[in-house]
Design a protein around this ligand. Sequence first.
Ligand code: FDA
Length: 309
Amino acid sequence: MSLARSILLRASKSQWLARQASERAFAQKAVRKFMPGEELEDALGASAALKAAGFGTVLTQLGESLTGLSQADAVRDHYLALFDEVKQRDLPIQVSVKPTQLGLDHSIEECRTHILTLTDKARATGGFLWLDMEDSSYVDRTLDLYRSMRQRYDKVGLALQAYLRRTPADVAALLPLRPSIRLVKGAYAEPASVAFEKKSETDVAYFDLAITLLAASAKGECYTVLGTHDIGLLARLTARAAELGAKDGNYEIHMLYGIRTRDQQALEAAGRKMRVLISYGRKWFPWYMRRLAERPANVWFVVKSALAG
Ligand code: FDA
């Protein structure tokens, strides 16, 4: 891992920096590169505009690692209302949640109750619910939660991270459930014992895992989402997908709001099924630092925003 990436990921855990950044206008301006706004209404407005341009979206409210379980109730209620809003506005929006937003640090059973309440709401409104994957200490518990969701409803999905050495085994164990899997490279600082250190190793692992998933998707045994902005990798994967018999309807490509927007449009124009993940909310600091860590050159954008006042 590069030094810059490691510093930025360490900084993402600082409460002090989070407080400083959220009070600074230049930081708020810089963060807008990756989010249409802090309010749900901003995300819904961006979803409506993206729908008109041929894109679906996935919405997630920022905020992780709660300080108390009572906060999880408010997060659950927020997402319950969101499912109603999506149905009422008839927008192609899916919802993605982080288990720690729903109390996983405090009690897996409380968290499971919240996640199953959201799963039932997704089923009642015809919605789709994703679980994000957080750092490696949460993987076993997140898989456990996903299994509970999957027993209740089919339109539920899980993010898996290609940089983790364990992921091929996790994919093999999940496939009998006919899962929906969003494959991502992985965004957290992890020890070499659990994750690949070199980006090139992660890229190879991503390709291999994606081929396994696409082959299963071609047989109707899973639904694959390629969650990456790596255009070269996507070109190789979509070519391989066609050879494997996976059609555009068997898989989708998801990217983050504000990243490689022109490529997103080009892929959509080429007939790919595309979704944009939109984050919103005031607790953006750790998430934003992970976005900077993915491309430390982004830090210059922050510096420029600070200098421009
Ligand atoms: P890579 O890092 O190789 O980037 C490829 C190219 O994309 C770069 O060269 C650059 O041009 C561009 N790019 C990538 N990141 C950028 C950035 N921040 N700013 C500007 N340009 C950038 N992670 C996780 O651990 N758990 C999760 O649940 C999720 N969920 C998730 C959903 C979706 C839809 C996406 C797209 C990503 C995630 N991630 C995630 C994040 C993921 O793990 C990973 O950190 C980022 O996607 C960056 O990796 P890429 O696959 O884009 O490749």
